[in-house]
Design a binder for this molecule. Structure first.
Ligand code: Z15
Length: 838
């Protein structure tokens, strides 16, 4: 590297304009970037130009911290967490960076002095929607917490050109539109083509004997893909730590030396080049269900291999011997999507770096840790052996060998138990053969964790029972958490200011401090401020709904919100049954005294998930009728807010009175929306599922609306033989609701439209809506009654927030550090070490 002459670094004017945080300096830097980066001046600049100029201004401030951090991590060869995830649902960067830099107010003033509105500019940002839902957002919260806790970390994933689709609603149906999040450029990332990495696919293997007489395997691929890293700095809250999110883009290797891989089929290989770019083209839009597509497996090996090779490059670059890989890196697998890492790390160590099997296996197990996120059988990834072997012939051999050693171990621990061997094998041989990715992840990791206490318990008792019996010491729970920076400070400034005015602002880094709010729960002045803030935020959402949906909403009604992916197990249709129940009561008795409610829904359905899309259609159809029925007056409104995203979630959580967390018990691994709502002062109506159990434990059962069957009751009912028709025939209100839908009342007389949904409820009802219906309705009636006592409701709301401290992702990350990663923080000083070195 070239040495930068000192007089350049010492040029204070330049230095200050790129790092200074004063209003004057920010203004100067902003105009400078508008001119020199965007190539515009105020008279002709668009809003997007201003957004870009501001983004570059903020990025300059990040870069100083980022480079400092990198220098210190490199010098000290710091132990590092490598978080492998197929999804990172980051949300907009600008606002979050302003919060974490602590310059939100300065920047607001700076742009306002230039005649601009910060909120307006924040709106401009196209968020990187590189995830589906909870799993991707959790990864983003964890990166924020790792930076805030000063934990050296790298997030590794795929830079999808098309993220999650944009959702439009036409005639009540979901319509998918491609998301071109990169169309205006991405000011937050820096491409690093000089660190490109090559990944092989397909072809065959050959055995040979090396010069030392050892048995070796050579893999001759059919295709080679180039991965180019794109790095985004992620700054912690009020720290100087800026970690890296490194996302890989697939490219064709322009001038790849195929001879080196002994490829005979040149033209075939050249043709495959065109296919290369497809690898990072699009995010698979399924949450919690696996499709088993070849391209998806190719995406997985692509980003996992790039990332592991990158880590090995870093290990060598810091003069750490490869035998100490596991001391330099701990690799967290976010679900089974990166589980191929088990076989790929083995391959790299053995085939590429000459290591023996036993040592490679020991390093692999010590390095890897696996987080399971689901109990749904359809989400457990399995790859047909034929497909797997075609794409990854060498990995299949390695998996067979891991399986051989593993099954020997099982036999030793559980002699003469062939059924157990069959159940635990990495290969499912019950019919067509499959590789079981969850089993591979369990065997190849030193830690296996669930994401809420109940979920971990159910993994141990059910889904991963055999593995729990085999390796009880590997299992642990890490209840999910969310970052209070994005989901309170940034999204709810009014509540943030009120809280900080009473208890100071330590709670932002130390969420348990919210406890101190309890001291004010009997202070009428505080309670009235609390209430008027919620009211003002609701008013904002009313305006948004008026603009977006053209629906006039009563701001004094209960804002009853269910925002999450559409899935039958999440039971948005149970919510719909409640709406129709109230509607029927009004139709039967138009003067009935009902607590006014606004039902708000947000969420996408997987494009191929017909039933989920039909549920969206049902909700919109109910809305069309209910919102326009003069009998209803302004007592009920149904609003479907389209295109739910992180940006949008930030607007919705703060406005909620009631949070719907009504999954069938035993199906939602944790949930994280439940936490974001409660942190913003919503009360929860929920089942004893996922993290709801722990939220209720924390906030107190008197401050939580619980209903429905528990997980053991669900299993027992199903074992007895569940008959939904019995409930239909014996429950008058339920029957009236179903009959109302069946009659075509919400479908202009069309009695066929919702028949598939009704049939699935009447004759299967896999998620026990009918069994939980009456309990849900009773609980909702109780909610309506409590809401009328506004002082009581406010008190419950305050106590919810005061007692939510456990659910900070800082707590989750702290526990991962202690129990799984064995890693310490590395504080970063902002020194003068940013000069380029020899
Ligand atoms: C996903 O979003 C979740 C689990 C999965 O297996 C997949 Cl593929 C996607 C969710 C869980 O459904 C949710 O309960 C949990 O809170 C979230 O992951 C984060 O752990």
């Amino acid at each position: 590297m070239q040495t930068v002459p000192n007089h350049q670094v010492d040029n204070l004017q330049i230095e200050d304009d790129r790092t200074g945080l004063s209003v004057e300096c920010l203004k100067r830097a902003f105009l400078d970037n508008l001119f020199y980066v965007q190539g515009k001046f105020p008279k002709i600049a668009t809003k997007n130009d201003y957004y870009m100029a501001l983004a570059y201004t903020v990025r300059d401030r990040l870069l100083q911290r980022w480079i400092n951090t990198a220098v210190i991590y490199t010098d000290r060869a710091s132990r590092t967490v490598s978080y492998l995830s197929a999804e990172f649902l980051m949300g907009p960067h600008l606002g979050n960076n302003l919060v974490n830099l602590g310059i939100y107010d300065q920047v607001k003033q700076a742009v306002s002095e230039l005649g601009l509105d910060l909120e307006d500019l924040l709106e401009q940002e196209e968020e990187p929607g590189l995830g589906n839902g909870g799993l991707g957002r959790l990864a983003a919260c964890y990166l924020d917490s790792m930076a805030t806790l000063e934990i050296p970390s790298l997030g590794y994933g795929i830079r999808y050109e098309f993220g999650i689709f944009d959702q439009d609603i036409r005639d009540g149906w979901q319509v998918e539109i491609t998301d071109k999040w990169l169309h205006c450029g991405n000011p937050w990332e820096i491409a690093r083509p000089e660190w490109a990495i090559y990944v092989r696919l397909g072809g065959h293997t050959e055995a040979y004997t090396d010069e030392r007489g050892r048995y070796r395997v050579r893999w001759i691929p059919f295709q080679v893909i180039k991965g180019v890293p794109h790095d985004t700095p992620l700054l912690g809250y009020k720290t100087n730590t800026a970690n890296t999110l490194r996302l890989w883009t697939a490219e064709a290797p322009e001038s790849f030396d195929f001879a080196a891989f002994n490829s005979g089929d040149y033209l075939g290989a050249v043709q495959e080049k065109m296919v290369s770019e497809n690898l990072s083209k699009v995010l698979y839009p399924n949450d919690d269900s696996s499709q088993g597509k070849r391209l998806r497996l190719a995406q997985q090996i692509f980003f996992v291999s790039c990332s592991l090779q990158d880590m090995i490059r870093i290990v060598f670059g810091q003069n750490v011997p490869l035998e100490k890989f596991h001391e330099k890196f701990v690799v967290q697998l976010n679900d089974t999507h990166p589980a191929i890492a088990v076989a790929e790390l083995m391959r790299l160590l053995i085939d590429e770096h000459d290591m023996g099997w036993d040592q490679a296996w020991s390093i692999t197990q010590k390095s890897l840790a696996y987080t399971n996120h689901t109990l749904l059988p359809e989400a457990l990834e399995r790859w047909p052996i034929s497909l797997f072997g075609e794409l990854l012939p060498r990995h299949l051999e390695i998996i067979y060998e891991i399986n051989y050693h593993f099954l020997e171990e099982v036999k030793a621990k559980f002699p003469a138990d062939s059924d157990r061997l069959r159940r635990m094998s990495l290969i499912d041989e019950s019919g067509e053969k499959y590789v079981r990715m969850a089993h591979l992840a369990c065997v190849g990791s030193h830690s296996i964790n669930g994401v809420a206490a109940l979920h971990t318990k159910l993994l141990q008792q059910d889904v991963l029972r055999d593995f729990y019996q085999m390796y009880p010491e590997k299992f642990n729970n890490k209840t999910n958490g969310v970052t209070p920076r994005r989901f309170i400070v940034l999204s709810n400034p009014r509540l943030t200011n009120l809280i900080s005015s009473k208890i100071g602002d330590n709670w932002v880094k130390n969420l348990k401090d919210l406890k101190h709010l309890e001291a004010f729960v009997d202070d009428p002045e505080f309670c009235s401020q609390w209430r008027s803030i919620k009211s003002a935020i609701k008013q904002d959402l009313v305006a948004y709904i008026q603009k977006q949906n053209g629906i006039t909403v009563n701001p004094d009604s209960i804002f009853d919100i269910q925002a999450k992916r559409f899935h039958e197990y999440k039971r948005q249709h149970l919510n719909a049954l409640h709406i129709i129940t109230l509607y029927n009561r009004i139709k039967a008795n138009p003067d009935i005294d009902i607590t006014p409610r606004t039902f708000i829904f947000g969420g996408k359905a997987a494009p191929g998930y017909y039933m989920a899309k039909l549920i969206i259609k049902l909700i919109n159809s109910i809305g069309d009728v209910v919102n326009n029925d003069p009998d209803v007056r302004d007592r009920l409104k149904v609003v479907f807010l389209k295109n739910y995203s992180v940006k949008f979630a930030q607007r919705v959580y703060p406005a909620a009175d009631l949070s719907e967390q009504i999954s069938m018990a035993g199906k939602e691994a944790s949930g994280t929306g439940n936490m974001k709502f409660a942190l913003n002062g919503a009360l929860t109506i929920g089942t004893l599922d996922g993290a709801n159990v722990e939220i209720r434990e924390e906030v107190g059962e008197e401050n939580f609306f619980i209903f429905g069957l528990t997980a053991p009751e669900v299993y027992a009912l199903k074992a007895r033989g569940y008959r939904p028709l019995d409930y239909y025939h014996s429950n008058r209100e339920l029957k009236a609701v179903i009959d109302r839908i069946a009659s075509g009342h919400f479908s202009h007389g069309d009695t066929k439209l919702f028949k598939p949904l009704l049939d699935s409820l009447l004759y299967r009802d896999e998620y026990l809506l009918f069994a939980d219906y009456q309990a849900y309705i009773d609980c909702q009636d109780y909610v309506s009654q409590v809401y009328r006592d506004r002082d009581r409701w406010t008190r419950m709301s305050i106590l919810n927030v005061a007692r939510m401290g456990k659910f900070s992702s800082d707590r989750s990350i702290h526990d991962y550090c202690q129990d799984i990663w064995n890693i310490q923080s590395v504080p970063i000083e902002l020194g003068e070490c940013i000069q380029a070195k020899e």
